[in-house]
Design a protein around this ligand. Structure first.
Ligand code: ADP
Ligand code: MG
Length: 733
């Protein structure tokens, strides 16, 4: 790539490219208070809003562009149209409107062809300070019919202007989010300043081959065009975030993340793994015979993918994602058998004791019939049992081990560990995941020469492909996108507050038949600020009124783990018939007898979250129902969003809808990872660019796997600054 070309735009030419990348980054971190026109007070205000540095400001991009290329004469203003006018404010007065009990501000603008009324109902004192008689103004807004023949604009946008060049005023106007009500004019002024002084330091280092292939422009030029579009620019594509400038900035964002993820994957796949060969297939074959059902074709496909990884001498890192009930466990079990028949131990880690117990109970039966040794290891076991089990594991006597993260904490040593399985992987942090990997190299983490175990992750939160490429871009992903036969979809229905009594009756009918029910609330306790029903108060109320005849329990996140597990256990055993809960009800917990779920304030949940909740019912042979109660949903779009739940039962489709309606932040597990925090890029909208950037990044890495070549050094620097800590690239070096 030709960096010197990039640099020739009026700035001193720096020498080595990576040093330059470093400089760029450093300069862009200049605090905003050093920008001309931003005083200390404003700087503080901006900082509170997340705009701290020049870089933050430059990336504070317009969310909309207005067409002000046509300044109309007032006489020609058209009722019902959004239009712009320039004129002189010849009258301005506050008026008290008794009927509205408030003061309004009324002005008159003239341009020689007519007069235009300007009206403000809100913010009167503030507006009055910004406006004065005789002022030259550019106003913009929807023209309405005023009193008599006069036209008017209510709450116009306006800019004070110096009399002068009309051409300058006629333009495409960028509209910004105005944090804290900062005037648009000020934001534009600061941006002009920042662009002038700093845009040359925007690190535009994508290799030329890529920018040419993808039709991208230099980052500096792109920023200029986004903040100060040409008069001839295509307004339509600007407003759809699809202009060439938008694409360039978005690609730049995606590319580095994909480069980082690719680098991580490359690093791992260079490690020595274990090659599990299918020669001693006896266990697998015997298991097939024991299986009470046939695997679905999705299960067979995923299993083949896993076997492929396991046969390779590289350590596997594969994620199986599949809806609740799609049958992940049995797939993992077959993977475990492949490792065991090769003479290795397998460790399966679940996020809670209850889930660990459930897995153990389900799989121990198979293990026993195959004459395999198995053990459960959780924190709450008696110390003596734990000690004995740990010792047995350490002697390599136990082939299949199920546990919670106590496994890691208790310093268990698994000398022949060949495969680690992590269920509900999003519940674990990176540290715990790494910990599992190191169980084999216990007290010998300094011995990376030991072969790495394969790792199989499972997640019941299906996410769209685009998001998976961001969150799991360094993993191989398999999708179980087919349900075992005979599953009856959970009948889902929306209710309003008024329909509550009918809803309770539905629940009572089911529970009288001997079934169990969940009632889910968004909060544990009443909140002053949010007038929501809460779990604690409602558990009380329901047990005394609507569900008086039943045994009602309560579970929420403020209870400690033991209390929670105990309540869950009592519900599972049937001692409780109705469980009032927050969202803490275990993922993947299998209570086939629960057939009704009520979710209160459904409007406050993400669709994926609702889908997850819904997965707790419909696990048995009986038809189940999910009843979503919403409050005051006047917004038709919000209602449409919830309606998705009534018709859609495929977790992938629900997640797709969620992503496009609410953005990635709302999808489970996304926020914690920090990997979907883009400044401009949007995973739902820009998935095509994401694919392209991934392809380019992987291609680049194929040519330069460690980013050590001269032309990669700048990329390496930028990567380090943008994603280094979030991707833990430090460990990779
Ligand atoms: P999840 O993907 O939520 O972990 P599980 O593995 O717990 O799902 O499977 C849910 C239930 O479906 C279990 O009772 C399991 O035995 C059963 N199951 C799994 N695969 C099949 C299949 N191919 N046919 C019928 N039932 C199956
Ligand atoms: Mg392998």
């Amino acid at each position: 790539m030709n960096l010197l070309d990039h640099l020739s735009i009026g700035k001193p030419a720096y020498e080595p490219t990576h040093a330059l990348a470093k400089d760029c980054w450093r300069v862009l971190q200049t605090p905003l208070r050093f920008l001309k026109g931003v005083g200390p007070k404003r700087a503080l205000q901006l900082e509170g809003l997340g705009l701290k540095t020049v870089e933050d400001l430059l990336y504070h991009l317009p969310f909309r562009y207005e067409d002000r290329r046509q300044i109309k004469k007032i006489h020609h203003g058209t009722i019902g149209q959004e239009e712009s006018f320039v004129g002189k404010l010849i009258a301005l007065e506050k008026r008290y409107i008794p009927k509205r009990r408030r003061q309004i501000l009324v002005g008159t603008l003239t341009d020689g062809t007519g007069s235009l009324g300007l009206v403000w109902y809100h913010g009167t004192p503030y507006m009055a300070k910004m406006l004065w008689k005789g002022q030259e103004l550019l106003v913009h807004g929807k023209v309405e019919r005023g009193l008599g023949i006069q036209k008017r604009i209510v709450h116009p946008e306006f800019e004070s202007i110096e009399p002068g060049d009309e051409g300058e005023r006629e333009r495409i106007l960028p509209i910004y989010l105005r944090p804290g009500g900062i005037p648009l004019g000020a934001i534009r002024r600061w941006l002009a300043q920042a662009l002038g002084e700093y845009s040359n330091f925007l690190p535009s280092f994508l290799p030329e081959a890529i920018t040419r292939r993808q039709g991208l422009m230099d980052l500096r030029k792109a920023m200029d065009q986004l903040h100060q579009p040409y008069k001839t620019a295509d307004l339509f594509s600007l407003n759809r975030f699809a202009s060439p400038a938008h694409r360039s900035v978005i690609f730049d964002e995606f590319f580095y993340l994909q480069l980082g993820l690719g680098l991580r994957r490359k690093y791992r796949s260079a490690l020595q793994g274990i090659s599990f060969t299918p020669n001693g297939e006896s266990l697998t074959r015997r298991m097939r015979a024991l299986l009470p059902f046939a695997l679905t074709s999705a299960q067979e496909r995923v299993l083949e993918e896993i076997y492929g990884d396991m046969a390779s001498s590289r350590p596997m890192q594969r994620l199986i994602q599949g809806d609740v009930g799609s049958g992940k466990t049995i797939v993992a079990w077959f993977a475990a058998l492949r490792a065991i028949e090769n003479g290795f131990q397998v460790v399966c880690m679940a996020p809670t004791e209850l889930l660990a117990e459930q897995h153990f109970r389900n799989l121990k039966g198979f293990a026993d019939r195959l004459a395999l040794s198995s053990a459960l290891l959780t924190g709450s076991l008696p110390v003596k049992t734990k000690k004995e089990t740990t010792a047995q594991i350490g002697r390599g006597e136990i082939a299949f081990i199920v546990g919670t993260h106590a496994l890691i904490q208790e310093g268990v040593h698994v000398p022949r560990m060949g495969l680690g399985i992590i269920d509900e992987q999003h519940r674990f942090g990176v540290v715990q995941r790494m910990g599992l990997q190191h169980l084999a190299n216990w007290r010998a983490s300094s011995a990376p020469s030991l072969p790495q175990p394969d790792i199989l992750l499972m997640s019941a939160t299906p996410i769209p492909r685009s998001l998976a490429m961001v969150l799991y871009g360094d993993l191989e992903v398999s999708s179980l996108n087919e349900m075992p036969p005979g599953r009856i979809p959970v009948k889902t229905k929306l209710f309003t507050e008024k329909e509550r009594s009918g809803l309770y009756e539905l629940v009572r009918e089911e529970v009288r038949k001997g079934r169990q029910a969940y009632v889910v609330y968004p909060l544990v306790e009443a909140s002053e600020r949010l007038h929501l029903r809460d779990a604690t108060r409602m558990a009380e109320e329901l047990s005394q009124a609507a569900f008086r005849e039943f045994r009602v329990g309560l579970i929420h996140g403020r209870m400690n783990v033991e209390e929670r597990e105990q309540v869950m256990r009592r519900f599972k055993e049937g001692a409780l018939q109705i469980l009032v809960a927050t969202t803490v009800i275990e993922v993947g917990i299998d209570i086939p007898n629960s057939t009704v779920m009520v979710v209160e304030h459904a409007e406050r949940f993400g669709l994926s979250q609702l889908h997850q909740l819904r997965g707790r019912v419909g696990r048995g042979k009986d038809p189940s129902q999910c009843l979503l109660v919403h409050y005051g949903l006047s917004n038709p779009q919000a209602l449409r969003r919830l309606k998705v739940m009534e018709t859609e039962h495929d977790g992938f489709m629900v997640a797709e809808a969620d992503l496009s309606l609410r953005g990635p932040g709302e999808l489970l597990g996304t926020r914690q990872s920090g990997l979907a925090d883009f400044r401009l890029a949007n995973l739902a909208r820009d998935s095509h660019l994401l694919l392209e950037s991934r392809r380019e990044a992987l291609e680049w890495l194929a040519k330069d796997p460690t980013l050590m070549r001269q032309e990669s050094l700048a990329l390496r620097e930028i990567l380090k600054y943008r994603w280094g800590s979030r991707l833990e690239l430090g460990a990779i070096g």
